[in-house]
Each structure stands twice: as structure tokens, then as C-alpha cells.
Design a binder for this molecule. Sequence first.
Ligand code: PGA
Length: 252
Amino acid sequence: MVKNKNLLIAGNWKMNGLKENLSMISSLTKYIKKKNFKNSEILICPPNTLIDSFSSFSKRSNLMIGAQDCSSNESGAYTGEVSPLMLKDIGACAVILGHSERRDYQKESNKLIHDKAENALNNNFLTIVCIGETLTQKKKGNTLRIIGEQLKKSLPNKIKANNLVVAYEPIWAIGSGLVPSNNDIYKVHNFISNKLNSRYGNKAKKIKILYGGSVNKKNASSILSIDSVNGALVGGASLKFSDFKGILDFCN
Ligand code: PGA
């Protein structure tokens, strides 16, 4: 059990899941209700197609439902885009922004992520902004420089600290089964924390910093126990109830 910590455990389903996966959410809501978490918040971000049905289940427990992206605009002629207002309309209260897969495949820039984050925060969304280095950047010793630049350019100046979350996800750790050493995670989280403190002052204390990248039920306890880790962003291991439960079992 990871004691005395307010943790946020967020599941990122990516482009996985059909209506038949309602049973996972049903088991999860029952488990959350039974366990009655005092210090931890649990969030699932399914594809947009499942938000409506998942959020009607989640109303019966404290499970939060979120999206994996949102538009930087409110409404209008933006084909294919979905705004925070629309996501709120179907029961989402959170959003993941700037995931490395979107930065890479959709070529999302720090500026676009900044604008999306501003829009999400203005709509009172729990806004998770992802940052992280590639393996090449790590090998060249550039991790902190890259992280620093992403933080500076992706985060808005005006924030609601309660609603802003930073997720440190080394790109080489995502879906690979590789995880940085606890000491490396500690160092990067500490760096992020210092940057947030110097930019936002007192408010920064409220900003949670999550670790993401190959978190599973075997390594969760050790990662979540690291000082300055306030939770986890979980991909693969959030898809199956038994795997996700294995992580939540360490939370209270
Ligand atoms: P993973 O993905 O847990 O499957 O490594 C994490 C993420 O991409 O957010």
C-alpha cells in the first residue's frame, strides 16, 4: 500500500474498446465503490465513442471519465474536431493532451497543445499534459532540456492548479516494458516540480505530476512510492479489469 499520498491513476485506452467493454467499467465501478478510496482519484479515458455510456456507469461511483484529446476551439467549422464543451455534454470531466503518439503521428506542436490546454482549463477540465523524451534524446543526455522546453511551451501561463496535471512519459518506456530506474524518475519529477514552482509559485504545489510508460501491477507499488510521483498514466494495463485492479490495489 502506498500510504499518505493523494494519487491520481489514469487509464489511457488509446484506440481500443468497443461497447462490449462495458463489462470492464461495470466491474471497475463496483470495485471502486466497494474499496471506497479516500485519497486516490481514478480516471479512465476511453475513445470518444465510449464516453457517453461509460459516464452513465461511472455516476454510480467516483470513477471519472475523460477524453484523449480535444480541440483548441469552442465550436464552428473544424471538421472532425471535438471541443471540451461537447465532451462535457456526454459526461467527460478530464482530457489527456500532448500524448507522444499525437505529438508524433498527428504532428502536434507545443503551441497547439498549449492552446488545447488553455481551452480545456477554461472549461474546468482536469487537464493532463504529457511530456517526455525519445531514446535518442535520453542517450545524448538531453532529457531535462527537452522536458524543460515542452513544459515551457505546452503549459499556459494562466492555470487553475487544481485542474492541471503533468504526465512524464519517456517515449521509449511507452508500451515497451522498459521503465527508467526509480532514481531517474525521481530526478525528472524533481526537475519538473522545480520548473513549475519557479513559474507558478505557490500554486504549483497543487499540480500533480504523474509517471507513465509500462506501469503495471508488478512495478506500480515501487513507482508510486517515489517521492514527487503523484500518480500514474497507464496504457496497456488499464484495458483489462484484473490488470488495472492490480495497480489500484496499492492505492487507498
Ligand atoms: P503503456 O502506455 O502503459 O502501455 O506503456 C502509457 C501511455 O502511453 O500513456
